[in-house]
Write a protein that binds this ligand. Sequence first.
Ligand code: BG6
Length: 488
Amino acid sequence: MESIPTTIVIFGASGDLTWRKLIPALYNSFKKGRLSERVNVVGFARRPYTDETFRAALRDGVAKFSAESFDATVWGKFAGRLHYFQGNLDVTADFPKLETTLQALEGGPSNRLYYLATAPEHYAIVVGELGAAGMAKQGPGPDVWRRIVIEKPFGRDLESALELNRAVHAVFDESQVYRIDHYLGKETAQNILFFRFANTIFEPVWNRRYVNNVQVTVSETVDVGHRAGYYDTAGVMRDMFQNHLLQLLALVAMEAPSSFSADAVRNEKAKVFESIRPVALADTVRGQYAGYRDAVGVAPDSQTPTFAALKLNIDNWRWQGVPFYLRSGKAMARKTSEIIIEFQRPPHLMFRLPEGRDFTPNILSLCIQPDEGIHLRFEAKLPDSDQEMRSVDMDFHYGSLFTGTLPEAYERLLLEALAGDASLFTRSASWKMVDPILQGWEEHNDPPLTVYPVGSWGPGEADQLLARDDRRWRLGCIDEKDGPPAAP
Ligand code: BG6
């Protein structure tokens, strides 16, 4: 039987996300033969494009952001699947018009994947209009589906996230909803569950008896650039922690799900979020890089943090007493996203350490990007010495072991949404933990914002957060000499 065609409708099609990420991802899937020949993409936006000018603009995006895989002949074939609909999200009449256009293009029953790549304030509006125009209705027949992909941010606090959820559920059933967190589409993030649960040797030590602390660092060297207008209303907690960092944390901390199904995986993650103890404001640090307020779109007295660090605890049997330290920021010294599992020290050390040398515990580093891989640091006897040891690394790099470049996160995520697999999508937004922190920061200025130099590792307070516990930030994926100074 001929498969049912699918239309991907992108709302916000003239925006950055479509140009930089979505179309290059779809193009690459098409090139690899993973996107059905029967998929059409319709872009909805206000700009007066025609199909031709829309395609030309998107071609530039693919040539730029996917330069190594761009092929003019393949593009020519793919471009024929791209269409443009000029419409205004605020004009109700444009939705039935869109429906008519889609039906004419589809010429019969067709699946639809609606993608909300608009500014977040339009999410509820578009969902409502889709409902009113009857565009969320599935069928005819059980195989014809309607799905909706919702970009981050999903709300700006718990209340607005719940409100958005209500708006979405008034039109779509939860099984039709795909909330994006692009970190979950990264190969290295997906690999965390494989590393933990497709091997036997790590899981027995993955708990409070052997792990001393866990650290998640997501540092970026870029500043807010041309996104300042959005960023100044969001800040690092909404932009990075509430989604990306907490998702990474959940992958590291969760129990083994009973299966690899979306519900089983997401149930286990939900248990982690439920077990996070409310974070004391004294265990949070917020910083802003010097010069941030000079960016166009930023309020001159902006209190928006571009860096944050925090310590949290997970109250369950596995993690009781093991602190999780999280930090993320812009305009920092190096770009690295990594998870550090720092193991306990040996209960008794019979070897003499040279004067002034501290003992280095075992450290497992899950390197999310840019040098994707895994490192395990352990102690080895220095040859030709009496009792001296050195820390050495066992490492695995995707780049040297697997051929081909790693696919962009959006490639996998779009294919999964088309296939109806929601395991790489989030179910509930984890605002519960974040909300009180934001309140403390925004309403009580507690703790105060600290300015940090561009190209640094954030405010000194972030180092003190760990030094207080006799610990320090570790970096295992990039050279430690580029790391923060050792804690005093
Ligand atoms: C986005 C944030 O979700 O993730 C950006 O809005 C951030 O501020 C980006 O730069 C980081 O993504 P990646 O994939 O480059 O680590």
